[in-house]
Write a protein that binds this ligand. Structure first.
Ligand code: CTP
Length: 413
């Protein structure tokens, strides 16, 4: 590992996956065009199936151009040699995603109706190996209606995965629940859906980002940590089926879907958020670059030069060591520390393993990774060390999560 690292190749999270994308009638059909692009960009092959109602909102021409496959719209389409599009479409598919799924379409699924190609195909799919996901899209009153509530409960009981919906402005001008998720959110959900569920039933607590230690109302001490590695670990743990709490210092990164985020600014605030939460979690991953010291006193007014040539001096006081404090808890979670070093990575990582009394330290070269989308990690424990070579941070986070999961299962075996 040295400073001159090359950019990691783009991740193809859905490489090799074949998705049947069903569109039922709704204004959210316009988002299905973008969704198709996102799925294809992520490496999936996409076969679009549209209901007649969907064709009122977006044309098969658009969907064919984006998916690079002719769109299936009718069970009477004679192009299929056996004339059984409803069977053929799902036999090689990894999943069926209906987006948008209208209230009417959900009702049809519940009753096993099969009077158009899309509903017929959903009924005829091999239920054990071709999962069904739906992204509802409808007016908030339709969403809240007892009939829709009943239908959703039944769909869940039948093994259907419900994605969203979101709340907010609706095409009808009303505001509330029922908006279909955005294309990028649906992509994130699909990618997560296919990840192995190595942490199902576990709770994971992650710290991420820098802390900011104020000197006066406009200045402070902080560092170059971007939070990207910690956010990637939170996302990877959530994808692996864990319930995730992310305590984040001041960073402007979007919260991974399904992750509970607590924003803090200072090391003390991070400590106060983490300590009471730690014993409710099975795993604690400390990726935050916590400031080691803070100014001993906080000036409540901006410190002025006032013509003086003498620079002010500050007394510093030590911040609490959050990781070491969690590791001291009697019923502590499985603790993973990070070591961001500028040199002698292995030596410093070993030192932290002992000093913080944790079973695993993940070493990386701080200056080479801060702010970047890729990284290289070194896993150090009492037995030895192992390198996770240069890759984008989410790929590394998934490898680390798999490693943690296998250590947890060994520990509980
Ligand atoms: N850490 C923490 N609280 C602190 C300082 C560090 O929880 N006050 C955690 C970090 O999140 C990381 C690990 O401890 O997981 C190591 O952090 P690092 O800053 O590399 O180590 P320090 O203990 O601060 O040692 P040094 O600055 O001497 O390298």
């Amino acid at each position: 590992m040295d400073g001159a690292v090359s950019e990691a190749a783009p991740r193809l999270d859905l490489a090799g996956k074949h998705i049947v994308l069903g569109l039922s009638g709704g204004i959210a059909c316009y988002k299905a065009a973008d969704l198709t692009r996102e799925l294809v960009k992520a490496g999936a092959s996409v076969q679009v199936v549209m209901t007649e109602a969907a064709e009122h909102f977006i044309t098969p021409v658009t969907m064919q151009a984006l998916s690079n496959r002719s769109v299936a719209t009718s069970q009477w389409d004679a192009r299929e040699p056996n004339n059984m599009a409803h069977i053929n479409l799902t036999r090689g598919a990894d999943a069926v995603l209906v987006a948008p799924a209208s209230a009417d379409f959900l009702a049809k699924l519940v009753h096993g109706r099969a009077d158009d190609l899309l509903s017929l195909m959903c009924l005829a799919r091999p239920i054990e190996r071709c999962p069904l996901l739906v992204a509802p899209a409808m007016n908030r009153e339709m969403w809240a209606h007892p009939a829709t509530r009943r239908n959703l409960a039944q769909l869940r009981a039948d093994g259907t995965t419900i994605l969203g919906p979101d709340a907010g402005d609706q095409a009808c001008g009303e505001i509330g629940d029922g908006r279909m998720l955005e294309a990028v959110e649906l992509l994130e959900e699909m990618v997560a859906f296919f990840q192995p569920k190595a942490l199902r039933g576990k709770r994971v607590l992650v710290t991420a980002g820098p802390t900011f230690e104020p000197i006066d109302p406009v200045r402070g001490i902080t560092n170059l940590s971007s939070g990207k590695m910690g956010f990637a670990i939170a996302r990877a743990a959530q994808e692996a089926g864990a319930e995730v709490t992310l305590v984040a210092g001041p960073v402007h990164l979007p919260t991974p879907r399904g992750v509970q985020r607590i924003d803090v600014r200072t090391a003390q605030q991070m400590h106060d958020a983490v300590l009471p939460a730690a014993r409710r979690h099975d795993v604690f991953v400390a990726t935050a670059a916590v400031a080691d010291w803070r100014p001993a006193t906080l000036s409540d007014q901006k410190i002025k030069k006032n013509g003086s040539k003498i620079a002010p001096t500050f007394e510093l006081t030590e911040n609490p060591d959050i990781l070491a404090a969690v590791a001291r808890l009697p019923d502590r979670p499985y603790c993973v520390g990070f070591a961001a070093e500028s040199h002698d990575l292995l030596k410093h990582a070993r030192d932290k393993l002992e000093r913080k009394n944790v079973p695993l330290i993940v070493g990386n070269l701080g200056p080479a990774t801060f702010g970047r989308d890729d990284n290289a990690l070194m896993l150090v424990d009492a037995r030895g060390h192992r390198q996770l070579p240069q890759a984008d941070k989410l790929t590394l986070a998934r490898q680390l999560v798999a490693e943690i999961a296998s250590r947890l299962s060994t520990a509980s075996a």
